[in-house]
Design a protein around this ligand. Structure first.
Ligand SMILES: Nc1ncnc2c1ncn2[C@@H]1O[C@H](COP(=O)(O)OP(=O)(O)OP(=O)(O)O)[C@@H](O)[C@H]1O
Ligand SMILES: [Mg+2]
Length: 448
């Protein structure tokens, strides 16, 4: 038998700059890289995890995000293509798929393991112990999630145990920011100049100009947070009562006897939005599915909408909606009706009474629960162009930045009218609530 060939030399290039450099040297128990979009936060966290796994045999690490599904599309691409690419090629790291009880993981030839998981599938990850955990987009977690993770940090294979995390900023009173403010977590401010893809020798690169250009086109609170990296609240926010900890719920199987509704807001350059709502026996609404896409024709959306509710034989897999409630574009409505083979109803379009009706549903009732919920992961497919432009990709993204318009030249007074930007899921949600809460008969047009 011949001895296995010694591993060839593996060359990996990465230089941590600025806050990323500080992250590499930090050994404190909790460190957060906070900053605008695209500064290299996730890359830095992944690089540190990989380096620790190589240097400390039998180390156990974890890459985690609120939902497993959201992790796959983002961090893991950077992980596989930029961070561990050479180690994978050289056979120093192998991927194991995991199963219902076990998280997927990357296993190193020195015995180190890095698991991959979502807090929505917590049993797969929370029964293990770790040396280092990387939390991506940490603002999505609850503080209870965060603290649960810290209790798993006791594997003892390296001299310190650490939770490292990254995020874009959120509201200034977010639990994570407060945790940093009181000193429990170290906040490192990550900046665009820390990313050599965007800046070289203090000057914007070609790629940097194009990327920063997209961020410069953002408005309002998204500009402040994603371009400038500031923890700011939106001014004049319309749905102040919205709280992800209250209104965002984990997915569940909607009982067959709950009434279903579909609402539609048309768009092509702006996103087209279709929302599926389920109404429980007490009249509470749950958004359980959402299509939010730019640059597709109505007939293609109709096909996607039918695909979501029927099996390969075209048989409905869930109850048909009581109505498909649309904004008023006559031509788009006719096209949608033709391709769905269903009638549609015109939405009640009154903006201010519709907004008031949504506001009152968001309030918690006597039992501590609101009358409107959004299921995590309701979005069918992320629109990558919107993602790249850092625009909202779903209802949860829009609702926190939906603000009153500012009257031009009038000393910044707020007009009683919403700002007409990033309001597409907001309109579709308003149509739903107006349908149920603002009396009057539905005008349904049936196809002959
Ligand atoms: N030091 C570096 N050297 C080379 N490439 C880098 C470096 N830092 C970041 N990059 C690259 O820049 C891109 C953006 O980095 P990354 O995804 O880590 O940003 P981010 O701050 O996490 O962004 P977001 O706020 O959108 O989550 C990635 O392709 C990453 O590989
Ligand atoms: Mg990131």
């Amino acid at each position: 038998m011949t001895a296995p060939a010694p591993p060839r030399e593996v060359v990996h290039r990465y230089q941590p700059l600025g806050a990323a450099h500080a992250l590499f040297h930090s050994r404190g128990p909790e460190v957060l890289l906070s900053g605008p979009a695209g500064t290299g936060k996730s890359r830095a966290c992944l690089e540190k995890l990989h380096l620790l796994a190589l240097a400390n045999p039998r180390m156990r690490g974890l890459i985690v995000r609120k939902t497993l599904a959201s992790l796959g599309s983002t961090a893991l691409v950077t992980w596989r293509e930029h961070v561990i690419a050479e180690a994978l090629d050289a056979g120093l790291v192998k991927f194991y798929g995991g199963g219902p009880q076990e998280a997927a993981s990357y296993r190193y030839s020195n015995g180190s393991v890095i698991g991959v998981g979502g807090m929505d599938k917590a049993t797969r990850i929370m029964s293990s112990e770790y040396d280092v955990v990387y939390v991506q987009e940490a603002i999505e977690l609850t503080e209870t999630d965060w603290e649960a993770i810290t209790t798993r940090l006791r594997n003892g294979r390296i001299s310190f145990q650490q939770i490292i995390a990254d995020t874009n900023p959120d509201v200034p009173n977010h639990w994570l920011k407060r945790r940093c403010d009181r000193g429990a977590t170290l906040l490192l401010d990550s900046r665009h100049k820390d990313n050599p893809v965007l800046f070289a020798g203090g000057e914007l690169t070609e790629a940097g100009r194009s990327y920063i250009g997209k961020l410069d086109a953002l408005t309002g609170v998204r500009y402040q947070r994603l371009r400038r990296g500031l923890w700011v609240a939106a001014e004049g926010i319309i749905y102040e009562g919205y709280d992800p900890a209250v209104h965002l719920v984990d997915p569940f199987d909607v009982p067959k006897d709950w009434t279903r509704w579909v609402t539609v807001d048309f768009g092509y350059t702006n996103p087209f939005v279709a929302q599926w709502w389920a109404e429980d026996p007490d009249g509470r609404l749950y958004l359980y599915r959402e299509i939010y896409r730019t640059k597709r024709l109505v007939e293609d959306h109709a096909r996607d909408m039918l695909a979501a509710v029927t099996d390969a034989d075209g048989v409905w897999t869930e109850p048909r909606p009581r109505a498909v409630i649309c904004d008023h574009d006559a031509e788009d409505r006719a096209t949608l009706e033709r391709h769905l083979g269903m009638g549609t109803a015109a939405a009640r379009k009154g903006v201010s009474d519709g907004i008031q009706a949504v506001q009152s549903r968001l309030k918690t009732a006597g039992d501590g629960r609101p009358r409107l919920f959004v299921m995590r992961g309701a979005l069918v497919e992320r629109d990558s162009e919107l993602d790249d432009a850092k625009k909202p990709v779903c209802l949860e993204d829009e609702i926190v930045g939906y603000v009153w318009a500012v009257k031009p030249g009038a000393g910044g007074d707020l007009k009683e009218e919403p700002l007409k930007a990033n309001d597409h899921a907001m309109d579709a949600m308003r149509y739903m609530v107006a349908q149920l809460d603002l009396g009057g008969r539905t005008r349904v047009r049936w196809l002959g």
